[in-house]
Design a protein around this ligand. Structure first.
Ligand SMILES: Nc1ncnc2c1ncn2[C@@H]1O[C@H](COP(=O)(O)OP(=O)(O)O)[C@@H](O)[C@H]1O
Ligand SMILES: [Mg+2]
Length: 223
């Protein structure tokens, strides 16, 4: 785990299917890059599951195939194994070098999907994360919140074969949403809930408000 004082910041984007994480990650990366550039600081964007060659291989096992392909426990272990590799190979080296890292999903997704959605419970998921990551946590987590129907409508309209979770029933997606909100209530200093029910420009502005106020940043282009 990085300990140097000049360490970069680690920001994660979380939320259910179709909340707009990937869309907003691209937009936030652009604004953040401009802001950090003025200080000579770099930014890396990455995603989970994946973000390193080994973790991307594990991703293929997780996001395709039958919905009941894995038990909840096996699924949490696969996500956690992928996460450890991603941290070792991509995230920790970047943070050590002073680069900021912006990540599409992280361990809150394991808690929400496997812990709350698939009924594994908080305790087991927390135990797994502690064993695999130690006390490492994001500096800031943006939780994009949207009603389940709107999110799924957006996700279905988007094409692509990585849809194993999208095909799970509506109750699962509701538990997921409630789970993310519960996570945010438990860790208000780390997590900011962003209402994602607006057009992409509107959501982008809400996200930048949260990031700039919590991390003390100014819009890069102006300076
Ligand atoms: N604010 C928004 N309003 C309407 N559609 C959106 C919005 N944000 C994203 N979309 C569209 O919804 C779909 C899912 O967005 P995406 O960013 O892939 O979500 P996620 O990564 O959270 O699953 C995409 O087709 C995207 O273009
Ligand atoms: Mg996405």
């Amino acid at each position: 785990m990085p300990t140097s004082p000049a360490r970069g910041r680690f920001i994660t984007l979380e939320g259910g299917e179709g909340a707009g994480k990937s869309t907003q990650l691209r937009r936030l990366a652009e604004t953040l890059r401009a802001s950090l550039h003025t200080r000579g600081v770099g930014l890396v964007t990455t995603r989970e599951p994946g973000g390193s060659p080994g973790a991307e291989e594990i991703r293929g096992l997780l996001v395709t195939g039958e919905t009941g392909r894995w038990s909840a426990t096996t699924e949490a272990l696969l996500h956690t194994a992928a996460r450890r590799d991603h941290l070792e190979r991509t995230v920790w080296p970047a943070l050590e070098a002073g680069t900021w890292v912006l990540c599409d999903r992280f361990f809150d997704s394991t808690m929400a999907y496997q812990g709350y959605g698939l009924g594994l419970g908080r305790e087991l998921v927390e135990t797994l994360q502690t064993a695999a990551l130690g006390g490492f946590r994001p500096d800031l987590t943006l939780i994009l919140d949207i009603d389940v129907e709107t999110g799924l409508r957006r996700a279905v309209a988007r094409h692509g074969g990585e849809d194993r979770y999208e095909r799970m029933d509506i109750g699962f997606h509701q538990r997921l949403r409630d789970g993310f909100l519960d996570i945010a209530r438990r860790e208000p200093d780390r997590c900011a809930v962003v209402d994602a029910d607006a057009d992409p420009d509107g959501v982008q502005a809400r996200i930048w408000d949260a990031v700039s106020s919590r991390l003390g940043l100014a819009q890069g282009r102006e300076s």
